[in-house]
Design a protein around this ligand. Structure first.
Ligand SMILES: [Fe+2]
Ligand SMILES: [Fe+2]
Length: 425
């Protein structure tokens, strides 16, 4: 015999419950409007890093505010600026973006989203770059960031503790493969929470594209095969290859190692023209994802640098860098630490060769590196998570340190001149 089971019919919402529902709904809307349920806030540049700042943020609310409130630190009056609103690819992530212009160089600003922050912990700070090397400028560089949330959190905290002026991120950020939006939620949350500098200052970043930003990894269509890269990040020229000039003391060139643009052809021509216009820039770095002089992924019967992409980069890009001179090139993708010997014409050239640093091991499991007998191009290599910490000084000297997740500086390069000598002009 069956026991008696009482099924309660759902009752209409009314009276007190309806009021409670209204309160909850309005709280949700208010929270979203105040930016209290953000997925992430991040800073990038489309224009001059001394006088502009692009404030980006992501949440899940269609109707939340597009307004940034900001003021120069030490002043009382808040200014506001209205931004754009798009969605990240076909996901429900809502992307808002405001480019602030007319800012003072090397100056701290407070900012908030939706309304002026009532207290310090409601908002954040940013700092514009100096217009000249009136003080040393520091940045961190790395890529291949998030095999797991724990790993990216740990290295992001290391980046924040160094309190650099900006970060240079060379692709394979969230490992979303153009599809997994929730991995971007983790990446954005981790960046906002862990990489913060002193006094709630958000560290701006310059960004490059990697194979894990793209459906299929290589030869992707713009923007459809890399929907998150192209919607989350506004680059200076709206492309995956671009140049950013910091006064006359620094230029940073981002390149696309075959993910959404061919390595050769138009991109290589653009690189040559871009370098030709910048002989007066004191420091100049290139960064891209797939390495010209890697540490793993050797094709059958070959060495890592025999990979198709590496061969193409050495044919199309490296001669331009050799011709015009460069401070160093940051490479990624191989998940190891490496510093090459100085190389020119595919040979060791201690006097005027290029320096390649890599290989993208921010928050991923490292791989194996070649033995010293095999890896003639490598001055030092080991499977170790790290970021590079770079300091540039007005006298043309620079220091590049490799820092592991515990903060141990395990490699250091002291540059006595800012760029390799131009050859063949
Ligand atoms: Fe990669
Ligand atoms: Fe990777």
């Amino acid at each position: 015999m069956m026991g008696s089971v009482k099924v309660r019919e759902p009752r209409p919402v009314r009276g007190l419950r309806a009021v409670l529902l209204l309160v909850v709904c309005s709280l949700v809307l208010t929270c979203s409007a105040l930016g209290q349920d953000l997925v992430g806030v991040y800073l990038t540049w489309k224009g001059d890093p001394a006088t502009t700042m692009t404030v980006n943020w992501v949440d899940l609310f269609e109707g939340s505010s597009r307004t940034v409130w900001y003021r120069r630190q030490g002043t009382t009056e808040w200014l506001s600026a209205e931004g754009t609103h798009t969605r990240a690819g076909v996901s429900t992530l809502q992307v808002r973006r405001v480019e602030l212009t007319g800012l003072a160089p090397d100056t701290s600003y407070e900012f908030g989203i939706g309304k002026p922050p009532a207290k310090e912990t409601d908002g954040w700070r940013f700092r514009t770059m100096p217009g000249s090397l009136s003080r040393p400028v520091r940045f961190v560089s790395g890529g291949d960031m998030m095999h797991s949330r724990e790993m990216v959190d740990a290295m992001n905290r290391r980046a924040g503790a160094l309190d650099p002026d900006f970060a240079m991120l060379g692709g394979d950020l969230a490992y979303a493969n153009g599809v997994a939006a929730t991995r971007w939620v983790d990446w954005l949350q981790s960046w906002m929470k862990n990489s913060m500098g002193k006094d709630r200052r958000i560290i701006p970043f310059v960004i490059g594209i990697g194979n894990h930003e793209v459906k299929g990894g290589y030869n992707g269509r713009v923007p459809d095969d890399a929907p998150f890269f192209y919607s989350l990040f506004a680059t200076p020229e709206g492309r995956s290859n671009y140049v950013l000039d910091f006064g006359q003391y620094l230029s940073v060139i981002a390149l696309d190692s075959g993910h959404t643009q061919p390595i050769d052809g138009a991109q290589a021509d653009w690189l040559g023209e871009t370098l030709a216009k910048r002989p007066g820039q004191q420091f100049l770095f290139g960064f891209y994802h797939y390495p010209a002089y890697g540490t793993t992924k050797a094709p059958k019967g070959g060495l890592p640098y025999d990979a198709r992409q590496s061969v193409a980069i050495r044919a199309s890009w490296i001669p331009h860098f050799e011709r015009y001179g460069v401070t160093a090139l940051f490479e990624n993708d191989h998940h190891n630490f490496k510093r090459t010997h100085r190389l020119r014409n595919h040979k060791r050239d201690d006097e005027n060769g290029l320096l390649f640093l890599g290989d993208g091991a921010w928050g991923v499991q490292p791989r194996e590196v070649p033995s010293p007998e095999v890896g003639w191009w490598l001055a030092k290599a080991e499977p170790r998570n790290h970021l590079f910490h770079v300091e540039l000084r007005a006298d043309g000297t620079a220091t590049i340190e490799a820092v592991d997740v515990k903060g141990v500086v395990f490699d250091r390069v002291d540059l006595t001149k800012p760029r390799t000598r131009p050859v063949g002009n």
